[in-house]
Design a protein around this ligand. Structure first.
Ligand code: ARG
Length: 565
C-alpha cells in the first residue's frame, strides 16, 4: 500500500469507526491537483453519525492532526482532502522507479500460483485469421500482465488440428493433390483443396462418406492417414510460426486438439457416470436446458467427438498437469456460448475449479479501407499486413531521419508495434477498426507516438550524458505539470493490477498515452537541460523514470522500445 495512504488511514482510523481495509477502498485520488492528493468521501459515515456528509467532512477536517508527510487537510463538499509534501512524494516515487528499473510496476501477488492462458489457437490447413491475431496479441499481453504480478504463466496454443474436416482434406489430397510434392505445399494449397472438396461433394455425396472413413482411420491411428495429417500440420505450423516470429509472440506449448484424442474416451465416460448424458437424435449430449442453454454435444451419431468434448478433456488435463489457479481462454465473442457450455459441464462434473475458468472474449477487427476482406475470393494475408506496416514506417523514417542507425530494426519495431498497439488500445470487447493512417500516425494515440516519446527521452538522456542520480533536491520538482507526471508514474503498478483483474490490456495502452501526454506537457513547459545544475539533475531523474515506465509498459504489451527513431 502507498505510504501516504497508510498515513491517512492511520489518522482516519482514530477518528472514525471504519476498519482499515474499508478505509483503503474508500480513499480516492482527486481528479484535480487543487483538490489535493487524496480524498476521503464522508457519505458512508453519514448514516451512522446521522449528519450530512458535508458537515462530517468539515468537522473531520478540523479535528484531524496534520503530521508529516501531510501538509494540509481541508474539506471540499462531502470530502476531506489531504495534501501531501510534494518533495517527499516525488522522492518516494522516483527512487522506487530507479531502484526497481525493469521490474517497476511488477508485484508478487501471484507467487506460487499458476495461470494457464489459451491464445491464438488457429485451425491448421487454414490461414491464420484476424481473430487469431487479436487473440494472440491480447493473450500474450495478459500473459505478460500476470507474469509481472508473479504468477507462473503457461501459454498454450490450442491448435485446431482435429475433426472430421481432416478426413475431407485427406480425400481431397489423395484425389487432387500431388502427393509427391509435399515440400512445396502451402496453406493456400490446402485451403484450395478444401474448396475443391466441397464443390465436388455437392455433386457426389459418396465423397462425404469417404471423408468420414478417413477421419475414423485417423482417429484409430492409421499410419497413412496420420502421415498426411502430420504433413498438413507441418505446413500450417511453418506459416503460423512465421507470423508469430514477426510479432514476437511465444507459447510455452503447442498442444492441439488432436492431443486429447486418447483422453476423450475417459472424459466422456466420466460425464456419463455422473448421469449427465442423454441420447438425442443418435448423438450423445449433455442437456443444458435447465440452465437455458442448448445441449452440449459430446459425440456425433457417427461417434466422432466434437470441439466441446476436446475442450472438456483439455481442461481436465490442464488442471492435472499445471494445477492452475486460473485458466484464461482468449477467444472471440462468437464463442461465448461454447465456453458457457463447457464451463457448465465441468461444474456439473463436480469440479470446483470450473469457476476458475474464464472466457476472455473480444470484438472483431475490421479494416477501414476494406483490406483483409475477401476480395475476389483472395484473402490478404496477415503476413502482408505486417509487411506493409513495416514498409510504411520504413518510408516515414527514410523521409524524416534518413541517417538513423539500425533503420531496419527500428522500422520493424515501430511497424509491428503500430499494429499491436492499434489492436490493444480499444477495450477488448469493442470492435477495432484498423485504419492505416491512424495506426501509423506519430502524433495520434498510437504505438509510434508512444515509442517516439520514449526515443525522445532517450535522446535527452544521451545529450545530458552524465549518470542519472537520485541524489537530488526533490523540492525542485514542484510545478503542476511536473507533479502531475510524477503522480502518473506512481499509478503504474495499480494499472497493472487492474488490467489483470479485468483482463484488459487496453488499460495499459491508455495509461501509456496518458503518461506521454503528461510528459509532453511537462516538456513543453519546462526546460530539462539548463545552466541550473541542480534543476537539470532533478528533471533528468524524472525524464529517466518516465522513460523506464514507458519501456516497461510497452514490454507488457509485447512491443519494443527503440532508443532512437
Ligand atoms: N481453434 C478455434 C478457432 O479457431 C479456437 C480455439 C480456442 N481455444 C479453445 N480452447 N477452444 O475458432
Amino acid at each position: 500500500m502507498d505510504y501516504f495512504i497508510k498515513k491517512i488511514i492511520s489518522l482516519l482510523k482514530e477518528k472514525t469507526s471504519i476498519q482499515e481495509d474499508e478505509l483503503e477502498k474508500l480513499i480516492e485520488i482527486p481528479p484535480d491537483l487543487k483538490m489535493g492528493d487524496y480524498a476521503f468521501p464522508c457519505y458512508s459515515l453519514s448514516k451512522t453519525l446521522k449528519k450530512a456528509p458535508n458537515i462530517i467532512a468539515t468537522e473531520l477536517a478540523k479535528t484531524l492532526p496534520i503530521i508529516s508527510p501531510i501538509v494540509e487537510i481541508k474539506s471540499i463538499g462531502p470530502y476531506v482532502n489531504f495534501f501531501v509534501n510534494k518533495a517527499t512524494f516525488s522522492e518516494m516515487v522516483l527512487k522506487k522507479v530507479c531502484e526497481e528499473r525493469d521490474c517497476y510496476g511488477s508485484g508478487n501477488i501471484g507467487s506460487g500460483r499458476t495461470v494457464v492462458v489459451d491464445y491464438s489457437s488457429p485451425n491448421i490447413a487454414k490461414h491464420l485469421a484476424v481473430h487469431h491475431l487479436r487473440s494472440a496479441l491480447i493473450g500474450s499481453a495478459i500473459y505478460n500482465i500476470y507474469k509481472a504480478l508473479g504468477y507462473r504463466c503457461v501459454g498454450i496454443n490450442h491448435l485446431g488440428d482435429w475433426g472430421t474436416q481432416f478426413g475431407q482434406l485427406i480425400v481431397a489430397y489423395k484425389k487432387w493433390g500431388n502427393e509427391n510434392t509435399h515440400k512445396s505445399y502451402t496453406v493456400t494449397d490446402l485451403n484450395n483443396l478444401y474448396v475443391k472438396f466441397h464443390q465436388e461433394a455437392e455433386k457426389d455425396s459418396a465423397l462425404e462418406d469417404e471423408a468420414r472413413e478417413w477421419f475414423k482411420k485417423l482417429e484409430a491411428g492409421d499410419s497413412e492417414a496420420k502421415a498426411l495429417w502430420q504433413h498438413f500440420k507441418d505446413v500450417s505450423l511453418k506459416e503460423f510460426q512465421k507470423i508469430y516470429d514477426m510479432l514476437g509472440i511465444r507459447f510455452d506449448a503447442f498442444i492441439g486438439e488432436s492431443f486429447y484424442n486418447t483422453m476423450v474416451e475417459d472424459t466422456v465416460t466420466r460425464i456419463k457416470e455422473k448421469g449427465l448424458t442423454k441420447i438425442s437424435e443418435q448423438a450423445l449430449i449433455v442437456d443444458l436446458e435447465p440452465y437455458n442453454m442448448p445441449p452440449c454435444l459430446l459425440r456425433k451419431k457417427d461417434d466422432a467427438t466434437l470441439y466441446a468434448t476436446r475442450d472438456i478433456a483439455a481442461a481436465e488435463y490442464r488442471k492435472k498437469t499445471y494445477d492452475f489457479a486460473k485458466m484464461i481462454y482468449v477467444v472471440g465473442s462468437e464463442q461465448k456460448l461454447h465456453f458457457k457450455q463447457v464451463f457448465k459441464v465441468l461444474e456439473l462434473m463436480g469440479y470446483d475449479w470450473a469457476n476458475h475458468c474464464v472466457h476472455v472474449d473480444f470484438g472483431l477487427m475490421k479494416f477501414k479501407d476494406g483490406k483483409m476482406s475477401t476480395r475476389k475470393g483472395k484473402v490478404v494475408l496477415l503476413e502482408d499486413l505486417l509487411i506493409e506496416a513495416v514498409e510504411r514506417i520504413r518510408k516515414i523514417i527514410e523521409e524524416k531521419n534518413p541517417s538513423l542507425e539500425n533503420k531496419e530494426t527500428v522500422a520493424n519495431d515501430v511497424g509491428i508495434g503500430a499494429v499491436i498497439f492499434a489492436d490493444l488500445s480499444a477495450k477488448r470487447n469493442k470492435d477495432v477498426v484498423f485504419d492505416w493512417d491512424e495506426a501509423l500516425n506519430f502524433e495520434g494515440e498510437t504505438g509510434p507516438y508512444v515509442q517516439y516519446t520514449h526515443a525522445r527521452l532517450c535522446s535527452i538522456l544521451r545529450k545530458y550524458g552524465g549518470p542519472v542520480t537520485t541524489n537530488i533536491h526533490f523540492e525542485l520538482l514542484k510545478e503542476d505539470e511536473t507533479v502531475i507526471l510524477i503522480k502518473n508514474l506512481w499509478r503504474f503498478p495499480s494499472v497493472i493490477l487492474k488490467a489483470a483483474e479485468l483482463y484488459e490490456p487496453s488499460l495499459i495502452s491508455n495509461y501509456l498515452i496518458d503518461v506521454c501526454g503528461n510528459l509532453n506537457r511537462f516538456y513543453n513547459a519546462h526546460r530539462v537541460l539548463s545552466d541550473d545544475e541542480e534543476l537539470t539533475k532533478a528533471r533528468i531523474l524524472l525524464v529517466d523514470a518516465t522513460r523506464q515506465v514507458i519501456k516497461n509498459g510497452l514490454r507488457i504489451l509485447g512491443m519494443h522500445a527503440p532508443g532512437q527513431m
